[in-house]
Design a protein around this ligand. Structure first.
Ligand code: B1M
Length: 216
């Protein structure tokens, strides 16, 4: 019975069926199923499959967004029911935002959602953030990683500025910097001294895991 419901939860995420994911999460709780198992054996399985389909070119952005939204909605039902040491381990703390002068939010939000779906505690500070605003949020969240998004060739420079100001604030050793956004390249990320670059939201999750737990 529980296996069947886990599978349905996973399928709801894969199909991006938000309402169905919410209904199934409520149904699982009514049946007394363990919320943590619903997350790990249902939702997480689903979102990982979405990632594979996206990487294989079988899914495009809309399906990725819908899968992440379905997962987030069901998580909002299940997470408050986790008790005591069942609370999901926080993989790491991430502040995500779009840099100063830049109002593009969709990609950044998707990156944040995918990170949250994969167990990171995400503070999304929105768009048009100065370096000072990033730094205040990093301090407030005690972040391990800061993710700075830029969609304009004219605002990419503010990713560099953020890194410089992190150095001046004495935070550069403490926080890893990940950058991304359509005009940003791996080469640019290396040039400005970022720790990580990701081309899309799925690779951003992989990169965040690597930044938290770098290979020996
Ligand atoms: Co704007 N815009 N826009 N825009 N806009 C682009 C980016 C542009 C390429 C369109 C074009 O000309 N072909 C162009 C930039 C040119 C350039 O600089 N090279 C452009 C321009 C010029 C402008 C304005 C200047 C237009 C004007 O007013 N004259 C203006 C600037 C406003 C400002 O920011 N100050 C502007 C405004 C807008 C809207 C407000 C209308 C709107 C944004 C609405 C919103 O976000 N709420 C908008 C949109 C929608 C776009 C396009 C069409 C789509 C962007 C998007 O959401 N893509 C875009 C053209 C395009 O990209 N094809 C364009 C979907 C999203 C999921 O992808 O954001 O790339 P993306 O995110 C991806 C990856 O890049 C990566 O993962 C995401 C998921 O896979 N990623 C990260 C993103 N951030 C990451 C961070 C990471 C890691 C990965 O780690 C931290």
């Amino acid at each position: 019975m529980s296996d069947e419901l886990f599978q349905k939860l996973s399928d709801a995420v894969i199909e991006g069926e938000k309402q169905s994911a919410i209904d199934l999460a409520n149904q699982a709780l009514e049946q007394g199923l363990d919320p943590l198992s619903c997350i790990n054996e249902g939702l997480v399985e689903g979102i990982q499959k979405v990632g594979v389909l996206f990487n294989d070119g079988e899914y495009y952005l809309p399906q990725l967004i819908m899968g992440a939204e379905a997962m987030k909605a069901a998580l909002a039902v299940l997470e408050p029911e986790l008790v005591g040491d069942q609370k999901r381990d926080v993989v790491g703390r991430v502040v995500v935002g779009t840099v100063e002068g830049d109002m593009h939010e969709i990609g950044k939000t998707l990156v944040g959602t995918m990170l949250a779906a994969n167990g990171f505690k995400v503070t999304d500070i929105g768009v048009n953030n100065s370096a000072e605003e990033f730094i205040a949020a990093i301090r407030e969240a005690d972040a391990d990683i800061v993710g700075a998004s830029a969609l304009l060739t004219t605002t990419m420079v503010n990713q560099k500025k953020l890194i410089e100001e992190l150095e001046q604030a004495g935070l550069r050793e403490k926080v890893k910097v990940m950058v991304g956004g359509a005009p940003v390249t791996k080469r640019y990320a290396d040039d400005i001294g970022a720790d990580g670059y990701a081309e899309d939201a799925i690779s951003a999750v992989d990169m965040a895991f690597r930044l938290i737990d770098p290979p020996a």
